[in-house]
Design a protein around this ligand. Structure first.
Ligand code: NAD
Ligand code: ZN
Length: 266
């Protein structure tokens, strides 16, 4: 039987048994009055969307385009839309997986009050979590918005025009620049989402991180804030994360198996 490292309350304990971490996660969920789930790219890899930092992830292929470069350079805007067409090949066909379904089940049961996500793929909503319970810290790449007046623009027309002759989209209402509704590096964080995420974090007695390397700030500040505020912090991630030392429970496993096992869904 394989052994796993489980760090409990900061102490390292090697525990036997596949299901130990999952069992402890189940117990923590059973005791919670108000839980928050915080997700990163790792929850969507089982849906076929590569994460950033695993081998073969997006990071190996693309250098990020900073927000200022998008705004100041037409070529960078074109490059951004070229990448969008490339990444959409996996994104548009992706369906929620067992991990997303486990999260949706916890929301449905009233145990999880909010899902704070760094993901931009819309898969929590697709798995049945109501829009008002998904807090998107880095926006959403399944539609676009004007950078000036924020008017929403759908992607179909934009991508069709771009595919033809690399025409860059312009806002129908104000003529401003249109970009996918995501937050780029160097772009201001969405105020409303940040405020809601803070409130939910401070109200939580259980905070479950799923599939994030926890290196991108300010997003990674939420698990720390939850722990400092007295919540039980559980981290479910294939590899160790930067914040494992703060966690009450770490489960180094595949999210679908770990969360699906703890919640009891397929
Ligand atoms: P990350 O790539 O830095 O970390 C993902 C973590 O998930 C890694 O530590 C990896 O070991 C783990 N992981 C991957 N698949 C797993 C699985 N099946 N089971 C358990 N663990 C698994 O991602 P991040 O922390 O979210 O930060 C990167 C940024 O990338 C975020 O800001 C996000 O906006 C963006 N991003 C989003 C998507 C998406 O929407 N699906 C995809 C790629 C990147
Ligand atoms: Zn506009």
């Amino acid at each position: 039987m394989p052994w796993r490292d489980l760090r409990v309350g900061g102490e390292r304990k090697a525990e036997a048994a596949m299901g130990d971490g999952i069992e402890r996660l189940r117990e923590a969920i059973g005791k919670a009055r108000r839980a928050v789930v915080f997700t990163g790219a790792g929850i969507s890899t089982e849906s076929g969307i590569p994460d950033f930092r695993s081998p073969g992830g997006v990071w190996d292929r693309y250098k990020p385009i900073m927000f200022d470069d998008f705004v100041s350079s037409e070529e960078m805007r074109r490059e951004t839309w070229r990448r969008k067409i490339e990444t959409d090949k996996t994104m548009v066909n992706a369906r929620p997986n067992r991990g997303h379904r486990a999260v949706a089940a916890l929301v449905e049961r009233g145990i999880v009050s909010a899902v704070i996500t760094q993901n931009i793929d819309g898969l929590h909503q697709a798995s049945g979590v109501p829009d008002d319970k998904v807090i998107e810290l880095h926006g959403n790449s399944t539609y676009a918005a004007c950078l000036d007046c924020r008017l929403r623009h759908e992607l179909d027309d934009i991508l069709a025009a771009f595919r033809k002759d690399e025409t860059l989209p312009v806002c129908n209402a104000c003529g401003g620049m249109v970009k996918t509704a995501t937050i780029s590096f160097g772009q201001a964080m969405p105020e409303d989402a940040m405020r809601r995420a803070e409130l939910e974090t401070m109200a939580a007695d259980l905070f479950i991180v799923c599939g994030s390397s926890l290196v991108v700030y300010p997003a990674a500040g939420f698990p720390i804030a939850a722990k400092r505020n007295g919540a039980f912090l559980a981290i479910v991630n294939r590899e160790p994360t930067d914040l494992d030392r703060f966690a009450d429970l770490t489960v180094h496993d595949e999210i679908g198996d770990a969360l699906g096992g703890a919640v009891g869904n397929n």
